[in-house]
Design a protein around this ligand. Structure first.
Ligand SMILES: O=C(O)CCC(=O)C(=O)O
Ligand SMILES: [Fe+2]
Length: 226
């Protein structure tokens, strides 16, 4: 589970919220598959609307230009983000995300390795609406500032608790990683983050850094599935 401190600035969040407020919204059940539909009780911005599509594309571009997202997910394919909204007493019960999804408007399929929620409401705008992820260390509760995101394994059971005040708006997407194995992906992430930290600390052991960098890229070469 990885928190991305900032994907969107406060100004960008306001713009997204303004445009989403005027967008057409549909019943979220329409986009849930199988068992997930029976526990899904929220609204989803109409993905066929031009403005919504444009917002999704803007956010998609942000993912690709956020180093922490790239490092943590090593994305090969990214599902165009969907925008969801939970009003009072709306929730999304425990579910797993579908393992394979068709990318809308294409014949391409995507295997969901990582799921990602980008928060578009500030925590003080609503009560409830926590994202709960079941992990081997127990349930993790997540509620982040607007513009922040969390990446979590698509294989984990998760839910969004009922909103009891205000409304919770978020963007959600799924990524197929170049590295299917989650623990390998996690090790690669740790290696990359450590290299980046050494560089940012002004470490001058240039040839050792080059070696580490080389190892990192060779591991990617060895384990990448495209
Ligand atoms: O709104 C969220 O944070 C998560 C939504 C979700 O789990 C889903 O759409 O599959
Ligand atoms: Fe989900």
């Amino acid at each position: 589970m990885i928190v991305i401190e900032r994907i969107l600035t406060t100004e960008e969040v306001s713009l997204f919220r303004k445009q989403l407020a005027d967008a057409p919204w549909l019943d979220g059940k329409q986009t849930a598959m199988g068992m997930a539909a029976s526990v899904k009780n929220n609204n989803q911005a109409d993905a066929n609307d031009d403005v919504v599509r444009q917002l999704a594309n803007t956010l998609l571009a942000k993912f690709g230009s956020t180093p922490k997202v790239v490092s943590a997910a090593l994305p090969h394919k990214i599902f165009p983000p969907c925008f969801n909204r939970y009003g009072i007493s709306e929730e999304y019960g425990f579910h797993v995300d579908a393992a394979v999804m068709r990318i809308p408007g294409t014949n391409e399929v995507l295997r969901s390795d990582m799921s990602m929620t980008t928060f578009l409401s500030e925590p003080d705008e609503y009560d409830g609406g926590e994202l709960i992820i079941a992990t081997e260390f127990g349930e993790q509760q997540i509620k982040l500032p607007a513009g922040y995101a969390v990446l979590y394994p698509s294989s984990s059971l998760h839910k969004v608790t009922a909103v009891t005040r205000g409304e919770r708006v978020a963007a959600i997407t799924w990524m197929q990683s170049m590295v299917a194995d989650g623990s390998l992906r996690q090790n690669l992430y740790q290696l990359d983050q450590t290299i980046q930290k050494l560089i940012s600390q002004g470490n001058t052991a240039r040839s050792e850094l080059d070696q580490l960098h080389n190892v990192y890229h060779n591991l990617i070469r060895q384990f990448t599935q495209l």
